[in-house]
Ligand binder design. Structure first.
Ligand SMILES: NC(=O)C1=CN([C@@H]2O[C@H](COP(=O)(O)OP(=O)(O)OC[C@H]3O[C@@H](n4cnc5c(N)ncnc54)[C@H](OP(=O)(O)O)[C@@H]3O)[C@@H](O)[C@H]2O)C=CC1
Ligand SMILES: C[C@H]1O[C@H](OP(=O)(O)OP(=O)(O)OC[C@H]2O[C@@H](n3cnc4c(=O)[nH]c(N)nc43)[C@H](O)[C@@H]2O)[C@@H](O)[C@@H](O)C1=O
Length: 341
């Protein structure tokens, strides 16, 4: 076994022998976090699939922590979906997310985990928050109704991290942080035709229209809302960056007790323009139509990620390049599915 570096406890994430639990390690973000951890030489990464460990089951989560004894936790497991899924299954979105995060965060505390990273979402901010949305916009207004249950669960997750830091920071060294990702996309995304987010949904729809020779493709809503997109490997790099920040440096930049920090690309784009970009990436030549009976959701969700930039993180993959990689990923998933048929 290699010797542990003689760093202060706040730098423990750099101990490559530290045992790290990535909850949701097969999801889009969780698998990207695992790729980054492995690339940086971390040797002891543990994960469980949903079938192996249902994180809504408190007793099972406690058993897992007792057996595995992780030293750090990345909490990337959640009930996730786009505007239609959030609007159609609100009970599942609030129940599953509250249970998963309450069980994992509390079990982490009970089992002596000092470093935990919780993944929230940009939808925690009010529907009409001033743009770009800074961290202190939290709890200043009314939420977007299509995803309010999910947003309320995510706000509870942030407040759990802050509360455990407040109560146990001094006595136990508890240092739980939260990152608020903007809309993400990339390898490992969910390409479901209706329950997915806009980027994977449009990749599938334009691809299928190209194959079918369809004259037009329908985009939900007016095409006017603006969204900020971030490539998933940039998100994973941000997660490791935030986990690795020295506690003193982190707290010097954030407000007392504030545990959440925004992660965005800094650029947003109207959904109509995004549709044009995906159309070009896929090579579809027909028309685009808009179904205005479908919800638009929030008019704009651009995050102010200045804090994280100041702390040394910058994204590397722009939207055009990211969409090309995502389309290749979709094609390879299609090939795997065809092989399994
Ligand atoms: N995708 C996006 O655009 C955004 C995502 N986020 C947040 O990022 C995080 C990761 O999202 P993403 O990777 O996209 O989501 P995915 O749906 O790709 O992955 C979610 C993971 O959670 C696991 N999971 C869900 N429910 C349970 C459960 N009850 N027990 C055990 N495991 C469970 C799934 O396991 P299995 O695969 O085994 O079913 C899956 O691995 C989430 O917290 C999400 O809210 C935030 C903003 C935007
Ligand atoms: C990440 C974020 O994701 C969800 O919020 P959202 O930002 O509204 O995400 P979305 O990707 O589903 O939609 C973005 C925009 O795109 C439009 N749109 C057009 N055509 C399709 C389409 O075919 N599918 C989808 N999903 N949207 C479409 C759609 O009408 C909307 O205007 C949250 O519920 C919550 O989960 C959350 O945190």
């Amino acid at each position: 076994m290699s010797a542990k570096p003689s760093l202060q406890w706040a730098n423990e994430p750099f101990d490559l022998d530290s045992k790290i639990y990535v909850a949701g390690h097969r999801g889009m973000v969780g698998s990207a976090i695992v790729r980054q951890l492995k690339a940086r030489g971390y040797r002891r990464i543990v994960g469980r699939t949903h079938a192996e460990l249902d994180l809504t089951n408190q007793a099972a989560v406690n058993r897992f922590f007792t057996i595995e004894k992780p030293e750090q936790v990345y909490l990337a497991a959640a009930k996730v979906g786009g505007i239609h899924a959030n609007n159609t299954y609100p009970a599942e979105f609030i129940y599953d997310n509250l249970m998963v995060q309450a069980n994992v965060i509390h079990a982490a505390h009970e089992h002596g985990v000092r470093k935990l990273l919780f993944l929230g979402s940009s939808c925690i901010y009010p529907r009409l928050a001033p743009q770009p949305m800074a961290e202190d916009a939290l709890l200043t207004g009314v939420l977007e109704p299509t995803n309010e249950p999910y947003a309320v669960a995510k706000i509870a997750g942030i407040k759990m991290c802050e509360s455990y830091n407040r109560q146990y920071g001094e006595s136990h060294g508890t240092d739980y942080r939260s990152v608020m990702p903007t809309n993400l996309y990339g390898p490992g995304d969910n390409y479901h035709p209706t329950n997915s987010h806009v980027v994977p949904a449009l990749i599938r729809r334009f691809h299928e229209a190209k194959l079918a020779g369809a004259a037009s493709v329908v985009i939900w809503g007016t095409g006017m809302p603006k969204r900020e997109f971030l490539y998933v490997d940039d998100m994973a790099a941000a997660c490791l960056h935030v986990m690795g920040l020295n506690k003193r440096d982190y707290q010097a930049q954030t407000k007392p007790q504030q545990a959440h920090i925004n992660v965005g690309s800094g650029c947003d784009i109207a959904i109509g323009e995004l549709a044009m970009l995906v159309k070009k990436t896929v090579g579809y030549e027909g028309r685009i139509e808009f179904d205005t009976d479908k919800p638009d959701g929030a008019p704009r969700k651009l995050m102010d990620s200045a804090l994280l930039r100041k702390l040394g993180w910058t994204p590397a993959v722009d939207l055009q390049r990211g969409l090309e990689i995502a389309y290749c990923d979709f094609m390879s998933q299609q090939q795997v599915e065809a092989t399994l048929d």
